[in-house]
Write a protein that binds this ligand. Structure first.
Ligand code: NAD
Ligand code: UDP
Length: 308
């Protein structure tokens, strides 16, 4: 198949491009390099079945493709808050442009949505049926509401125009090729530990997250795209739940670092807890994560040791 991946030069997008080319597909990767970079695609540049296009999803684009994976959007809080209006535009106009193209060329289109649609969740763990608890005017809203509006557009194009959609809600994912300065917790702690700097735990560190290793996530993407039982939304993530203090201690142990843990102010609207209910993914995708946190952290630490 011919497959378009928007945001393909980023962390998840580059692993997805690798996987799709390996599976024998022709891949067009479209990216504006805001948070992604060509180094993530080193193994693919020059490959006869891979093309890289510098383009912004806010502006329309046309390709004759069978599948579209829409991943373009900065994902880490410091990056998506850097230019919040642009973040909303990327989510909303990027979705409209992908859906318009899918309608025109009859491609199946996949949306990388997020656990952030649940906001600071009052229901725990979060099933897909939960509508969320999102602040519409806060610092995180450009991302949360942008992604929620993108989901709305996906389902309206599906109902009104019969566009063949697939929507997944991704929970915190980590692994090699995370940007070392993107501010997300796993990369922050590993980079700090390897550099001998203090590990910055925000607040008291009792807030929880569930961390999925990138290879498991990409397997979930591919399964979701190719099944025909549901259009989604389907949660993808690892149901193991950890406090940020626990994560910091695990990173210190695995890196054998002498760094100390320090506490910094908790960002506004930081969700207190997050854990996916993945019953639907287990049932329709026959999918569940395989890589435990300790193993995934070891692989990610090895990557950062090499690249820093
Ligand atoms: P990333 O920042 O590494 O990748 C995003 C990519 O999109 C980058 O290559 C960036 O340059 C590109 N991009 C940003 N704005 C663009 C625009 N206007 N036009 C074209 N390209 C643009 O982030 P990631 O972790 O790989 O996330 C990929 C997708 O998955 C995002 O949509 C994100 O919201 C979603 N997601 C990720 C996570 C996670 O934990 N990694 C969790 C939930 C959702
Ligand atoms: N966090 C932290 N120290 C850091 C970076 C993040 O304690 O150096 C916390 C952050 O406050 C949040 C959690 O780790 O509670 C996950 O943050 P991240 O930015 O990775 O993702 P998100 O908040 O979007 O889940």
């Amino acid at each position: 198949m011919r497959i378009l991946v928007t945001g393909g030069a980023g962390f998840l997008g580059s692993h997805l491009c690798d996987r799709l080319v390996q599976n024998g597909h022709d891949v067009v990767c479209l990216d504006n390099f805001f948070t992604g970079n060509k180094a993530n695609l080193t193994g693919l540049l020059g490959h006869p079945r891979f093309e890289l296009v510098r383009h912004d999803v806010i502006d329309p684009f046309k390709y004759e493709v069978d599948r579209i994976f829409n991943l373009a959007c900065p994902a880490s809080p410091p990056h998506y808050q850097y230019n919040p209006i642009k973040t909303t535009k990327t989510s909303v106009m990027g979705a409209i442009n992908c859906l318009g193209l899918a309608k025109r060329v009859k491609a199946r289109v996949f949306q990388a949505s997020t656990s952030e649609v649940y906001g600071d969740p009052a229901v725990h763990p979060q099933p897909e049926s939960y509508w969320g608890n999102v602040n519409p005017i806060g610092r995180r809203s450009c991302y949360d509401e942008g992604k929620r509006c993108a989901e709305t557009l996906f389902f309206d194009y599906h109902r009104e125009n019969k566009v063949d959609i697939r929507v997944v809600r991704i929970f915190n994912t980590y692994g090699p090729r995370m940007h070392p300065n993107d501010g997300r917790v796993v990369s922050n702690f590993i980079v700090q530990a390897l550099r001998g700097e203090d590990l910055t735990v925000y607040g008291n560190g009792a807030q929880t997250r569930s961390f999925c290793y990138v290879d498991d996530m990409i397997e979930g993407f591919v399964r979701m795209m190719e099944q025909t039982e549901t259009v989604g939304p389907v949660n993808l993530g690892n149901p193991g739940e950890f406090t940020m203090l626990g994560l910091a201690e695990a990173v210190l142990k695995l890196t054998r670092s002498k760094s100390k843990i320090v506490h910094q102010p908790l960002p506004v609207d930081d969700p207190r807890q997050r854990r996916p209910d993945i019953a639907l993914a287990r049932k329709v995708l026959k999918w569940q994560p395989k890589v435990p946190l300790t193993e995934g952290l070891k692989r990610t630490i090895a990557y950062f040791r090499k690249t820093l």
